[in-house]
Ligand binder design. Structure first.
Ligand code: MV4
Length: 590
């Protein structure tokens, strides 16, 4: 059918797909941007083609260029990975129209579940449980109040084209309807160029559980268990596991059967994921993702199925070579996403170049990585460096193995979320399997532990890492590692402390972007565009009161008063760009 696959992606997933191709004897073609000349996926492919400048809009999202390249390279199929063009039905159609195979579902099936309201109607028709809510987009804000009365507060106002939490607003009382509606509409318009909204009852403490499905072109559909993806932050998943600690075999079978019904009814084939919320023993369909997902790996470890190879074989027209009864889970797998982000700075992406880089190894450990020693992280793409997956005979073995491999993982030159994962793996609620999507905000002690892991408290003023030299010494034949540094520098003050720059002062100098929050101004913590001004000169405000809304990275961020006080000048205007650290208003804190 096809013997060459173009992988329209980068990073770890491009490598992941190419490995699967190799095992199937398929030739691989990479595409890359000018920022990715040095990227690992380029070197791994049999052939590689430059497709444009760094920004993805000019390279990895350039549909015509990618299809042209596939033809030029003699590829018969295109695998989109995840992100970029993976869920773009226009791309899937253009690939097919060019006489190539899209390794994914048919565009018609993608479109039937693309919009949230359409997906809800499809789910309803397939008898899949839904969160109570509307089955049509709203025409006007006035429709919200009667719905709130019907479902009871809290309710969620959601964007029909939503995703990643964009255009989602939770409303707790009548007064919040209007501002939430306006804000959701603005955000939806910016992010999706569609301002259509709908309403659901809001579940306040659910788990996020998703079902993996696999369908061939002959009408066979199976589900490959579930994943629990509840540990996330701002709709970015951080940890996923299979199976979910919350499900019984009966519930798994019931949810799985519902997922198979919906998959079958929309004429789907390839791998797909149905997202559900799970609370108080009830499950509710949320949306369908029509791609291979980042966290597919944990399913593979527990079910022993290579999902990417399955996608490729199904795309070649092969019928599923196993049945539902053959799919038996074995043991437990956990994935930690290894992102270059600073957990203590709101998980802000950390750019830089990798120094020493060593991955953990051994039984039950899998690292799907897109980086290597000496690699510079391009600024244009996401901050995920690698995925660390551990398998164990049971959940506690998988956790112990994760703790061990997080400790063994050596990544120098960049701040990563590894200390966050270490804190989670030792957290009693996580270990007990008791968590919801609110896990991180519900446990402030977690981030305190992360801070301690990142900056251990020492008795003496700790020297800068860069100033210290490491030695191995032998004392009575026993080997010790010691770090030697001159503490405080040559000049010492009267109290014996360093008179020069302290570690703290040096650290602070090196860190840009953190907005100084002085008592006389409300500063903007991030660069963006002012979307709303909710205060006026002379206004008395309370601590935590929303004063401004700033749109950045297509997300709306509420800027609140750090303390109670009185607003002086309001400097920000709607539509104006604002730098991180700039003052939005002056105020006198009480
Ligand atoms: C919800 C919800 C509670 N009730 N809908 C967030 C992103 C979007 N994909 C769906 N989301 C939610 N929808 C109702 N009716 C809670 C969330 C939610 C969430 C969902 C999955 C994973 C993490 C989450 C974190 C916060 C809120």
């Amino acid at each position: 059918m096809f013997d060459t696959v173009l992988v329209a992606n980068r990073g770890e997933i491009a490598l992941r797909v190419m490995r699967a191709c190799r095992e199937l004897g398929l030739r691989t073609v990479a595409v890359y941007s000018e920022a990715d000349r040095d990227a690992p996926h380029v070197g791994y492919a049999d052939d590689a083609y430059l497709i444009g400048p760094g920004p993805s809009s000019e390279s990895y999202l350039n549909i015509e260029r990618i299809i042209e390249t596939a033809k030029q390279a003699g590829a018969g199929a295109i695998h989109p990975g995840y992100g970029f063009l993976a869920e773009n039905s226009g791309f899937a159609r253009a690939v097919a129209n060019a006489g190539l195979v899209f390794v994914g579902p048919p565009p018609e099936a993608m479109e039937r579940v693309a919009g949230k309201v359409e997906a809800r109607n499809e789910a309803q028709a397939a008898n899949v449980p839904l969160v109570p809510g509307t089955l049509k987009p709203l025409n006007d804000v006035s429709e919200v109040l009667p719905l709130a009365k019907e479902y009871g507060y809290p309710i969620a106002i959601k964007a029909v084209s939503g995703g990643g939490g964009r255009g989602l607003r939770v409303v707790w009382n009548d007064d919040e309807i209007e501002p939430a509606f306006d804000s959701a509409r603005r955000e939806a318009e910016v992010a999706f160029k569609s301002s259509a909204l709908y309403v659901e009852k809001y579940l306040n403490n659910p788990r996020h559980i998703e079902i993996q499905v696999l369908a061939d072109t002959h009408g066979n559909v199976v589900f490959v268990g579930e994943r629990d993806c509840s540990v996330q932050r701002r709709h970015q998943k951080l940890i996923e596991e299979c199976p979910s600690p919350a499900l019984t075999p009966e519930l798994r079978a019931e949810m799985g059967a519902s997922a198979v019904r919906l998959t079958q009814s929309v004429g789907y084939h390839s791998a797909g994921t149905l997202e559900y919320l799970y609370q108080d023993g009830q499950y509710y369909f949320l949306e369908m993702n029509t791609r291979i997902q980042v966290e597919h790996t944990v399913t593979e470890m527990v079910y022993g199925i290579d999902l990417v190879k399955a996608q490729l074989r199904v795309a070649q027209g092969e019928a599923l070579w196993f049945s539902q009864e053959d799919l038996v889970p074995r043991g437990h797998a956990i994935e930690c996403r290894i992102n270059a982000e600073d957990p203590l700075m709101n998980f802000r992406p950390a750019l830089g170049t990798l120094g020493e880089y060593r991955e953990p190894a051994g039984l039950g450990i899998r690292v799907d990585s897109g980086v290597r020693s000496g690699y510079s992280i391009p600024q244009f793409y996401d901050s995920m460096l690698a995925k660390l997956i551990t398998w164990g005979q049971n959940r506690s073995e998988a956790i112990a193995r994760m703790q061990r491999s997080l400790a063994d993982y050596q990544i120098e030159g960049l701040t990563t979320v590894i200390p966050f994962h270490r804190a989670v793996m030792e957290h009693p609620q996580f270990v007990a399997g008791e968590f919801s999507v609110n896990f991180i905000p519900q446990h402030p002690e977690l981030m305190e532990r992360v801070a301690l892991l990142m900056h251990p408290k020492t008795e003496i003023e700790a020297p800068d890492e860069a100033d210290a030299r490491a030695f191995a010494v032998e004392v009575n034949n026993r080997r010790f590692s010691v770090r030697i540094a001159e503490v405080g520098g040559p000049a010492t003050g009267q109290n014996g402390k360093a008179a020069g720059t302290t570690r703290k002062a040096r650290k602070a100098k090196g860190k840009a972007g953190a907005a100084p929050q002085d008592a006389n101004s409300v500063t903007c913590p991030l660069q963006g565009v002012v979307a709303a001004v909710r205060t006026e000169p002379g206004q008395q405000v309370e601590a935590g009161q929303v004063l401004f809304v700033v749109e950045a990275m297509k997300m709306e961020n509420e800027i609140t008063a750090p303390r109670a006080g009185k607003i002086g000048d309001v400097r920000a205007k709607v539509g104006v760009s604002i730098e991180a650290g700039a003052a939005l208003a002056t105020y006198a804190a009480e």
